[in-house]
Design a protein around this ligand. Structure first.
Ligand SMILES: [Zn+2]
Length: 252
């Protein structure tokens, strides 16, 4: 599914079909969304590489969750294991140094006058997409998969469908390439994202994502909840908790 195809993953008959021979690069932060996207890509592509960014985020613990998620995917999903390829991590300290946000500084998470939470890191996803494309170019990969979503989100403008579409055009022009930016979660709310995980890998994948993926902005892995670990109070925890409750209230 390209950024120009708005249908959700489950409606295209792509689930449990033989994978293509192509390789995809998944922007893999270790959060619920990117973990689900990784499973989506493993179901669809013959080879999948992952990319994480270290930009001084307060929830750097999510980077450690990436290893646990990858290890359990290898161990518990033999169908996908041969397809899971290299993991890349890029340091983007400059992004953290530039941004005065609650995602990169020890300040209280609040709403700003412009209606965005102060966890918004200006340009973050634009930078991520540009670096992902540069890596994909070097690796000879066409497909880039992002877990961004504008259905059930914090309002970050660089998560929106139009932004991703515009970046796909800009990257293809600027690198003389034909990248396809896939956003399988764009029109799914958080409950539907859990349902997608269930469609892809059953209860085992839901449990893996629930237990090992990380969403909490404060990097809290000490408080256990039904929906996973987190402080339970920050906007990311609230979103995750609400999605989990919606999923559990209406099982697929
Ligand atoms: Zn939290």
């Amino acid at each position: 599914m390209s950024a120009f195809d708005d249908r959700s993953a489950g409606t295209r008959g792509g689930l449990h079909q033989p994978p293509t021979t192509e390789t995809a690069l998944v922007l893999f932060s270790g959060g619920q969304d990117s973990a689900t996207c990784l499973a989506w890509a493993l179901e669809r592509f013959g080879r999948v590489e992952t990319l994480g960014f270290d930009y001084g985020q307060r929830h750097v613990v999510e980077l450690a969750c990436r290893d646990a998620l990858r290890a359990r995917l290898l161990r518990e999903f033999p169908r996908w294991a041969p397809r899971l390829g290299l993991d890349h991590t890029l340091e983007l300290a400059a992004l953290g140094a530039l941004s005065e946000t609650a995602l990169t500084r020890e300040t209280e998470i609040t709403m700003q006058a412009d209606g965005l939470p102060n966890t918004f890191v200006p340009g973050r996803n634009l930078v991520f997409m540009a670096f992902a494309a540069a890596l994909a170019y070097r690796r000879g990969l066409k497909h880039i998969v992002l877990g961004v979503c504008e259905t059930d989100y914090s309002g970050y403008p660089d998560c929106r469908d139009d932004t991703v579409k515009a970046m796909q055009v800009a990257l293809n022009l600027g690198m003389q390439a034909r990248f396809v930016l896939h956003t399988p979660l764009m029109w799914l709310d958080k409950a539907a994202t859990w349902h997608l995980a269930e469609q892809l890998g059953g209860a085992a994948l839901v449990e893996l994502v629930r237990a090992e993926s990380h969403s909490c902005y404060r990097g809290d892995r000490s408080h256990a909840h039904a929906w996973g670990f987190g402080c339970g109070e920050c906007p990311a925890c609230e979103l995750r908790a609400k999605g989990w409750q919606g999923y559990r209230a209406a099982p697929g």
